[in-house]
Design a protein around this ligand. Structure first.
Ligand SMILES: Cc1ncc(C[n+]2csc(CCOP(=O)(O)OP(=O)(O)O)c2C)c(N)n1
Ligand SMILES: [Mg+2]
Length: 898
């Protein structure tokens, strides 16, 4: 009743009047919609955008709209004129299509099962070719080259274009996927490691290039803010598969793009509605789903769904019935429309309503079937790229609808098996040839020869002129960078002298990092990268000192502003504080560690993280980093299954060194002392930045405090090669033994050394094993050489050269799994007895954990005595006695099994 009273009086001019159909103003809305549809040729998106903008201007806070109708974002009348010669470009594109197909077919004809992909490039040829002819810019004097991530398995198309540009010879095309033959094979996918003058970015492990591209675009901004890049910044283009977007890495960092206003970034998602096995979203609509995801994340979304053939149909669709119908059809049905005769599409898309039926009455079934999708229409694609380039403030994603296997005919186009298709039969080849008008005659077509227009042909001239206008060929990996003058070993004397106070190797590293940050030579080039663990590692003083990179500066007063070490965000900050994303942080390391190639600028990244959440969590990015010839330092802090106490099973890392040993160019070190850290980092900088070696480093750092000893004389070489004698055992003992150890456990080894000496008459030398991986690789190389040169003078590995003349058993003790030291066992005289931390971690004290895992001083003593007993130098009961005296429970569980 009361509500009734509060209502305004109805009046003729009052639009708020109620009634059965709601307030009267709603009727006005209907009027507005109809007028807008009339005015905008039934193009709904500009209408939406303008209406929302107007309502917002009127102060009505309309929430973000995440979905728009299933039509192109750009209205036909807003499309710019096409700047190129469409007919010549069509011919060039056709030749590239043919050659891309032919290289896969040829390779598989001779070598059944060698593989390759035809259907992906077939669907994306127009997306790439429009960019090659009009957008991708190469490096010139005043432009630093666009950064392009090609969809990995579209590589045949990229090679085929390079063939037309005469950058690749036909013998290379014939050797696609045959890299080991006569030296001119082409790698299956973009691998800078294998084709370092061609490919720049490895992309084929799905999901990695999307995330890498975001952090690359961000790193470009960082470089600019820090004065390393000129004003004109390159575009970052990332071509993504629609199936690929299911990878968590693909979409996981989208918000960074919008938050940091990365309008230097453009993604092109090839929405062919299919992945390997079948439809991406058979029961849904991937384009609509992605639109809402990207819009929700703040990106600019441009949908390229329909080719120009559809424009008149939409125009004639006065009541929007066609748009409505297309919005209802699920992707599985669209896929079916691409394989069925046109009558099917006529029925599905137009047959629901007499009005829509009428729209295509003038078209034959075949014409209905051929109504093009947006991603196959160069004008629509051009309009989208053009708009993306002009969009300011946030990144753009182009969602382009295509057909997988476009042009492959009945055998492949739109079929579920198309992804795997490697061969075409004669009929299909003929049809492909005729459809794309390739000048190859009927007799030759079965041999799928490559076709390339002559150098004086209009096509060749056009193609080359376009690329010249855009600065040269793409992709093109060029390393043009002068070697860096890095600090000399003497500059690290502070770390070589040892410490009076007790510190951890992590603290020593942080100190070293601050020293490097202050270095006149290289300080500016250091890029500290941290995924939200700076305080854990004691790096928070750096916040104040060098600042956290924040493109907007600091828009608030930090809570700790009154303290000396406040949380300082600044526009030219040096630290990349990534938040909790090891994948993002690794992507930053890759961007920084490849800046020497991408931008011709040496940057020296140090990415520090919880070692458990490094190689285990983001191993595939580490692999990609190696492929990309990344240089830099990864620091796995809070390392060691027993040194990181308390944290338990999911934190205590006892295996990252195994994972590190699998990456060929990653040098993995497990240092025990500050001077070892300093020697390794100094030499790493020399090798990577002065000597131009494409390697990178993994160092484990620990959080156990102890006084750091002074570096003994003459050990630098051993530190770098992986092993040196740290302390000799006492002279004059009956027995001799050797204990190899890494990281903080070295103190247990040293305690074992004195127990062995004092109580068991054993002189044990303690060695610091800084890198089992390097020792093994060197030993493998020597053994292999000897095997292949059996009569030549045998080579001696470093390991054999240092241990060869030693007597006595060798025991290794590690805070990592036994298999880490076991790597060198075959070359240790008399074999190696190993102690390690196999099994799941536990929350407990260090001493508790070390006894539990059997890596403490007492167990090391027992292992040494047992090794002596096995050699017959001691009776077995001496070992039993020691077990009792040292109070080790012989019947405790084996940690690996509990
Ligand atoms: C991480 C990863 N998982 C699986 C694959 C194998 N694979 C290669 S292509 C492909 C399907 C790709 O589908 P989509 O992303 O839609 O690309 P399209 O070929 O359709 O353009 C798969 C599963 C891979 N390359 N990387
Ligand atoms: Mg796909």
């Amino acid at each position: 009743m009361k509500e009734e009273k509060d209502k305004p009086e109805p009046s003729p001019g009052n639009a708020a009047d109620g009634g059965e159909n709601g307030p009267r103003w709603l009727e006005h809305v209907q009027f507005v919609v109809e007028a807008a549809l009339r005015d905008s040729d039934n193009h709904l998106i500009p209408f939406y955008d303008k209406l929302v903008a107007r309502l917002r201007e009127s102060g009505i806070n309309i929430p973000a709209i995440v979905n728009t109708p299933y039509v192109n974002t750009i209205a036909p009348e807003d499309e710019p004129p096409y700047p190129g010669d469409l007919e010549i470009e069509r011919r060039i594109r056709s030749y590239i299509r043919w050659n891309a197909m032919a290289m896969v077919v040829n390779a598989n004809r001779d070598l059944h099962g060698i593989g390759g992909h035809i259907s992906t490039y077939a669907s994306s040829a127009t997306l790439y070719e429009v960019a090659f002819n009009h957008f991708f810019r190469a490096r010139t004097e005043d432009y630093p080259a666009d950064i392009v991530y090609f969809q990995g398995h579209a590589s045949p198309g990229v090679y085929a274009r390079a063939f037309l540009e005469r950058r690749i010879h036909d013998s290379e095309l014939y050797n696609f996927r045959q890299e080991l033959g006569n030296g001119n094979g082409l790698s299956s996918y973009p691998h800078p490691y294998l084709m370092p003058a061609f490919w720049e970015f490895p992309t084929v492990s799905m999901g990695l290039s999307p995330i890498m591209s975001i952090y690359q675009a961000r790193f470009n901004r960082y470089l600019r803010a820090r004065g390393f890049l000129g004003a004109e910044e390159p575009r970052v283009w990332c071509f993504v598969g629609d199936g690929e977007t299911d990878e968590p890495e693909s979409l996981g960092s989208l918000t960074l793009g919008a938050r940091e206003n990365l309008d230097n970034l453009i993604w092109v998602v090839n929405c062919n509605l299919q992945r390997l096995d079948g439809p991406v979203r058979g029961n849904g609509k991937i384009i609509q789903e992605l639109e809402s995801t990207f819009r929700g994340a703040g990106w600019n979304v441009i949908k390229v769904i329909w080719g120009a053939d559809w424009d008149p149909l939409f125009k004639a669709d006065r009541r929007g019935l066609l748009v409505q119908r297309l919005g209802e059809i699920v992707d599985g049905a669209f896929q079916k429309m691409s394989v069925e005769p046109g009558a099917y599409a006529r029925k599905m898309a137009f047959g629901q309503h007499p009005e829509t039926m009428e729209l295509v009455n003038h078209l034959t079934d075949e014409e209905v079937r051929k109504l093009r999708r947006g991603g196959h229409d160069p004008r629509k694609v051009y309009a989208a790229y053009h708009a993306a380039l002009g969009h300011k403030g946030v990144p753009t994603v182009i969602l382009a609808k295509t057909i997988k296997g476009y042009g492959l005919g009945e055998g492949g186009e739109g079929r579920n098996v198309t992804h795997q298709q490697k061969a075409l039969n004669e009929k299909e080849l003929r049809e492909f040839r005729s459809r794309f008008q390739i000048p190859i005659n009927d007799a030759d077509v079965v041999n799928t020869p490559f076709y390339r227009p002559d150098e004086d042909s209009a096509e060749h001239r056009y193609l080359m002129e376009r690329r010249q206008a855009l600065g040269g060929p793409v992709p093109h990996r060029r390393v043009e960078v002068a070697p860096l003058d890095v600090p000399a070993p003497g500059d690290f004397s502070e770390f070589l002298k040892g410490s009076r106070s007790e510190v951890s190797t992590t603290m020593a590293f942080v100190r070293l990092l601050s020293t490097l940050l202050r270095s006149k030579q290289i300080g500016r080039r250091i890029v500290p990268i941290i995924p939200d663990e700076a305080r854990t590692f004691g790096m928070d003083p750096l916040f104040r000192e060098v600042g956290i990179y924040a493109p907007k500066g600091q828009l608030y007063e930090p809570v700790d502003s009154s303290s000396l070490l406040y949380y300082r965000e600044t526009k030219d900050g040096q630290i990349l504080e990534e938040g909790i994303t090891e994948a993002g942080a690794m992507s930053s390391l890759i961007a920084a560690g490849t800046a020497y190639a991408t931008h011709g600028v040496h940057m020296i990244p140090f990415f520090i993280f919880y070692s458990m959440f490094g190689l285990q969590r983001i191993g595939d990015l580490v692999w990609a980093a190696a492929d990309m010839r990344t240089r830099g330092f990864m620091l796995g802090a809070t390392a060691g299954r027993t040194t990181l106490n308390g944290e338990g099973l999911q934190h205590q890392d006892g295996h990252s060194h195994i994972l590190a040993s699998t990456v060929p160019t990653l040098l993995a070190y497990d240092p025990a002392f500050a001077y070892e850290v300093a020697v390794i980092i100094q030499d790493g900088m020399r090798r990577m930045y002065s000597e131009d070696e494409d390697i990178f480093y993994y160092l484990t750092l620990y959080n156990e405090n102890y006084t750091m000893p002074e570096m003994p004389e003459g050990v630098a070489d051993g530190i770098l090669k992986g092993l040196y004698r740290f302390r000799r055992g006492d002279e004059g003992k009956t027995h001799k033994a050797h204990i190899l150890c890494s990281g903080p456990l070295i103190h247990h080894a040293l305690r074992a050394q004195s127990i062995l000496s004092d109580r068991y008459d054993v002189s044990a030398d303690v060695w610091s094993a800084t890198s089992y991986k390097l020792l093994r690789n060197d030993a493998l190389a020597a053994r292999r050489w000897n095997m292949l040169h059996p009569e030549a003078e045998a080579r001696v590995s470093y390991l054999e050269s240092v241990l060869g003349s030693e007597t006595g058993p060798f025991v290794a003790v590690s805070d990592y799994m036994r298999i880490v030291p076991d790597q060198i066992a075959p070359w240790v005289p008399g074999g190696l007895m190993t102690l390690g931390t196999d099994g799941f971690g536990r929350s407990d004290t260090r001493s508790g954990l070390r006894r539990f895992f059997e890596v403490d001083a007492e167990t090391t003593v027992i292992a040494t005595l047992y090794a002596l007993a096995l050699q017959g130098r001691l009776p077995m009961d001496a070992v039993s006695k020691a077990i009792r005296n040292l109070e080790v429970n012989p019947d405790k569980d084996f940690p690996f099994l509990v």
